[in-house]
Write a protein that binds this ligand. Structure first.
Ligand code: ZN
Length: 324
């Protein structure tokens, strides 16, 4: 199983925008009954995520490990989540040396493993954030990039874990659903009055950036990539960004869609000068200034509201004890 995981990862890093998963060649298929609360534990918050940062023999990872251990946000987010749900068992979340770069949910162990090799891999490639994202991530120093990217990947894997543990009803690609779960968990951790630098939701943008890093040029997108269970890196980049944007247009609009914000501010000052056609024309003209194209950005509040409500419902209905 280990060697298969490695192969899938190598294929993933070389050719496809994936976070590789642990998988069995022959998977047991069970009929899912989707009974609300049937797979939930008896008591809310009783079982926990057990977070461990094992020692590493990789020098660079040793430094990262001590930083992560001091960084409270990993434990904080996992504890918040565990308080809200009734886990049926304790779920180990272990950072460790694997001998290969990966992060995965293991169905047989019911545990998440995060390999230090994976953290080292993107830590090495993230020394600077280039392109328009340089501006987008001006607030993100190397520490924030490392923490945010790791946290997003961890929550993505956790999403797979919860989907398996609770037999969650998912329609569409599970990979997209658990990207939503990761982004929405970080967004949900925002608190009223948080400054931008205090908002956990901003870390989801680093998850988005991770997907951009894994994107391939259109001419390099092979049949294997198109048929892969993951959406393209480029799509995941915009999808995650859209959820963050939709959660708070006022906070994220100026960063993700400065062109669109400029147009709307101008319209606000001179509403009589604009009809529908002119608005569309101006949005098009200023679209190059937007990291998230305006046509998508305008849909994001609805997308966020829909997915956020759906995940709330899933958590309430399937991850807690249901009374008769
Ligand atoms: Zn995945």
């Amino acid at each position: 199983m280990r060697s298969l995981a490695l192969l899938s990862l190598l294929a993933g890093l070389a050719t496809t925008p994936v976070i590789a998963e642990d998988f069995n060649l022959i998977q047991e298929v069970e009929t899912e009954t989707l009974t609300p609360g049937a797979a939930a534990g008896a008591v809310l918050g009783e079982h926990r995520f057990v977070l461990t940062f094992e020692p590493s023999s990789i020098r660079e990872a040793g430094l990262i490990r001590s930083k992560f251990e001091k960084e409270g946000i990993f434990a904080e987010i996992l504890d918040d989540l565990a308080d809200q749900i009734a886990l049926p068992v304790d779920v180990p979340v272990t950072f460790t040396d694997c001998g290969y770069p990966n992060a995965f949910w293991s169905p047989s162990d019911q545990a998440i493993t995060f390999c230090y090799e994976m953290v080292v891999l993107y830590n090495d490639t993230y020394q600077q954030l280039e392109g328009p994202e340089g501006g987008l991530f001006r607030w993100a120093d190397q520490d924030a990039v490392l923490t945010g990217t790791t946290l997003f990947i961890l929550l993505h894997e956790l999403g797979h874990g919860l989907t398996a543990l609770y037999d969650l009803p998912i329609t569409g690609r599970e990979e997209d659903a658990v990207d939503q779960f990761a982004a929405l968990t970080l967004i949900g951790a925002d608190e009223e009055g948080d400054t931008f630098e205090e908002r956990p939701s901003r870390l989801a943008l680093l998850g988005a950036y991770f997907f951009k890093q894994l994107s391939r040029a259109p001419e390099d997108i092979t049949r294997a990539i198109f048929s892969n269970e993951h959406s393209l890196g480029q799509q995941r980049y915009y999808d995650v960004m859209c959820l963050v944007m939709g959660s708070d247009m006022e906070a994220y609009g100026p960063i993700l869609t400065p062109g669109m914000v400029m147009v709307f501010e101008t319209i606000e000052k001179n509403p009589a000068d604009f009809d529908q056609a002119k608005i569309m024309e101006w949005l098009e003209k200023t679209d190059d200034l937007n990291i998230l194209p305006a046509a998508r950005a305008l849909r994001c509040p609805n997308e966020f509201a829909r997915y956020d409500a759906s995940w709330d419902y899933i958590i309430d209905t399937f991850m807690t004890v249901q009374k008769d």
